[in-house]
Design a protein around this ligand. Structure first.
Ligand SMILES: [Zn+2]
Ligand SMILES: [Zn+2]
Length: 315
């Protein structure tokens, strides 16, 4: 059994990019330190008192809530509010919602659930009329619902559990799809809101690799659901993840170098590089064009003969 590089305990993780071994205690210390300094560096909670945490019940979002709660527990000026979006994925999201509920009640964090069935269309229903990339629909609907939920609860920002791997995969995908404006919009502290309706999104797990999030969650006994989305197999993210992971295995530190490239790129962008945000003419939610993506996708699917009825609320 390998021993921690910092004490005499058994190691639970080897970090190839630093050539160090970590026991649960030292990995937890490092992870919490990283999250804390990311939050400070980008002013993620500065001047913000009601912080939303998007909790799906997977390892990333539950770990994020657990660490944020730990870091902010003595801070009486800030309140954490957990928001779960139920995309309507049977056998997957129902299980993870139970984990989200369990963690919120253990930590004493207020928890609200928002359902696709009320604001868009359930993913299971949508997928009966298969679309090339379900993640596009799901992502658009999820962001729309999260923003609405954030405003309904008066949140100043909403934390998204994107870890280092997610962030560099997104960056790589933006390059592959030629989406420079998306790179400009995907800032660590949520950027400058150009529309009152838009609630900034923050990413406290920015510098934590996925496997370290997993090790942290297991070591700290965090309840999470480890299933895979039933439609994940169709996503572009999969080959991108495989490619980046194979590069990381050959050249440890690749993910951090990609992250640094992305961070220095957005640092150098002129103010206003991201598209201005305005209100959607159909639903009044924030949008970068006249009609928001959610309304556009819903009417596109309708044109293609989708049989389901559109959104009960705010249609
Ligand atoms: Zn140790
Ligand atoms: Zn709209």
């Amino acid at each position: 059994m390998a021993i921690c590089s910092f004490c005499n305990r058994n190691a639970i993780l080897y970090q190839p990019y630093s050539c160090k071994l970590f026991c649960g205690k030292h990995l937890s210390d490092l992870t919490e330190k990283r999250v804390g300094s990311t939050m400070r560096k980008y002013g993620m909670v500065r001047n913000r008192s009601r912080i939303g945490v998007a909790v799906s019940g997977g390892k990333d979002s539950t770990t994020m809530l657990y660490i944020m709660h730990r870091l902010l527990r003595k801070d009486r000026s800030r309140t954490l509010i957990a928001i779960t979006v139920d995309e309507g994925l049977r056998g997957y999201r129902d299980k993870s919602i139970r984990c989200a509920r369990a963690l919120c009640s253990k930590l004493g964090v207020e928890h609200h659930i928002y359902r696709f069935s009320e604001y868009a269309v359930k993913m299971d229903t949508l997928m009966r009329h298969p679309k090339p990339d379900p993640c596009t629909y799901c992502g658009v609907f999820r962001r729309w619902v999260l923003n609405l939920a954030a405003r309904e609860h008066g949140l100043d920002a909403i934390a998204i559990g994107h870890n280092l791997d997610d962030v560099v995969q997104t960056f790589q995908m933006n390059i592959m799809r030629n989406e420079p404006l998306r790179i400009a919009r995907y800032t660590p502290n949520g950027g400058i809101a150009t529309c009152d309706e838009f609630v900034p999104r923050i990413r406290p797990l920015l510098t934590v690799p996925e496997r370290e999030v997993m090790a942290y969650a297991l070591h700290n006994g965090i309840p999470f659901h480890n299933g895979e989305c039933p439609y994940a197999g169709l996503a572009l993210r999969n080959p991108v993840r495989e490619f980046i992971n194979s590069m990381e295995a050959k050249y440890p530190g690749t993910k951090f170098r990609m992250l640094n490239t992305y961070l220095s790129l957005i640092d150098r962008l002129p103010a206003g590089a991201a598209q201005p945000i305005r209100k959607c003419k159909l639903c009044s939610e924030p949008s970068s064009s006249e009609t928001c993506k959610r309304c556009e996708l819903l009417s596109y699917a309708k044109c293609k003969g989708a049989k389901w009825s559109v959104a009960k609320k705010n249609a």
